[in-house]
Design a protein around this ligand. Sequence first.
Ligand code: SF4
Length: 692
Amino acid sequence: MSYTKSIYDYTRRKTVPVMFGDLAMGAAHPIRVESMTTTNTLDIAATVEQSRRLYEAGCEIIRITAPSIKEAEALKFISERLRQDKITTPLVADIHFTPNAAMKAAEFVENVRINPGNYADRKKFAVRDYTDLEYEAELERLHDEFKPLVLKCKQYGRSMRIGTNHGSLSDRVLNRYGDTPLGMVESALEFARICEQYDYYEFIFSMKSSNTQVMIEAYRLLASRGDKELKHAYPLHLGVTEAGDGDEARIKSSVGIGGLLDDGLGDTVRVSLTEDPVKEIPIGQAIVKKYNERQLLLGERIFEKINRIIINTGAAAEDLSFDPYQYQRRESVKVSVGNIEVGGDSVPRVELEVREPLNDSAKVRDEIIFSAKPYLFEGIKSEITNLTIASASELARVQSSLAEKFVSPVLAVSTSDFSLAASLIGKVEKIRIDILEQESFEKHRLSELAGTTVIEFSFVKTRATDVAVAEVLTRIALKCKAAELEKVLFSVQAEEIIYPYRRLAEAFKKANVAYPIVLRFDATKFDARAPQGYEAALVESSIQLGSLLCDGIGDMVAYRSTFTRGDELNLVYNILQAARLRLSKTEFISCPSCGRTLFDLETVTATIKARTEHLKGLKIGIMGCIVNGPGEMADADFGYVGTGVGEISLYVGKECVEKHIPSAEAVDKLVDLIKQHGKWREPSEVPSEVQA
Ligand code: SF4
């Protein structure tokens, strides 16, 4: 794979270093954490104050919007005031549509971010064909408009970010490549080639989207194409745009950013939240922590100037069970666990673990019943609940306790005792057999497991290599096939699951095995009841499970943690939603706000959420300005966009259907619009509790 040295092992992609003033990025430098101010840039005191708060929170790079030349000029005073206060954090000017603002900003700040979709191109969603000649002529015009900024940045020693966003590609690129990862990459490369033409190499890239699958694919494609076609491998700024707020946004960002960091891609990150930007820093730090620590462990942290070299990632050709540039779910057969279908085209299922001690069967029963009821929203529940048992009598006690209450949730048990497992066939919906690596599993006769109960073979990895784990499970799978066992699932239990599951999927593909795969992740090492443990568990669970799901691997998620059961359910379903595989609630695509914002995004987002959060599967965009909002809410079903002070426009898809609505009426009008399009349900129509 050319975007990473190996998908089965961690290696950070080696880039040239790029300077943001005195701060070096890329190469072996730590992965940076950055943010963006939300104040009006012309309000210099407020912007300085917010920048100071960001600096104190540990923000390493501060971006400030410069919509026009006036704001670009204000950057001079903002920078001076910060430097007077000994705050040397590099500043980045955020530019859309206004090359003259970029030219001015380059005089005052360490880095200029431009958006290739709107730097010098039209963005009116016009549909037209460009002949090759017309396309070339447009590229020449682009070159002429961009060249002065390249030369100016070179003259002033400024770096640049070529920051492409899904949904804000130029009409030219959109008409030729579509709103696709390929279009995003082409758009960025056009600008990068102009930079290199003038021997300017101080730039980094970003490829953001609110859709984690699109974002992951775009960054991989850029690394693959860019590292081959350009003179150097340039650093990457990672981010999920319009992630929203609360845990949903933190989970979505962890899935997208963390998945790429695990690929070894990424040199700086921004978690964009529709909240106070200071809150973006701790979550950003939590996401990069493990990767920066890994680098320290590998002894690769070198702060001296690294000579510029043309990087070849040296990636060997690897067999892949998935297409890293286009989401496709791994093909599997469907297996029924009780009334729950797992695999095939079924949504990924959810299994949680009973925590109460099994000698208190009443407490265990209550826990199972609580877990199997919808939590907050329809469908958010433990669809299969597992008991880890030591004897058949433990199961029998729990089952009779459930029978007393006339409930029969889908129940599973787990054990490493093959004989116990075989004795329970037909008595429970699923049995997980834990295969301990020191034991030879080959001695067991799989025919003893034939029957109505689903068997999950789960390898408990402690020291075995990922290749060995995949080989053992593939041998068992082939034996199951030979014995015509159909109701079979496979899983791995390991501290880090991304690489072993990729190995397993690859081995299954080669052996033509289509049994469903259960993604097992145990987050109990984090104390989720303490604030830092909560965040660490949320981040790590999202990265481990989310990146596999985005690669199309996984038919069920089986999860253990120290979260409350409600938080645990929310987390797992939010990860499935963030990976776009199972929509169980409304998706809010809200921008983080910036100096262009025309209303209080945090308050309005909370109001819209309160009215619409029961509308399962609906995507609502809430964007602060008309300049970027309509494009960047990309695939939202409905959009609420600030168009002037106190004025809102409403969108259905990309079409603006109502303009200049006074903001006091706009949320009601949005609800009316959703009703007109037949997408509304009264909250009372959504069942809050369904008996298991
Ligand atoms: S959409 Fe939001 S974050 Fe983006 S430029 Fe507009 S106000 Fe700023």
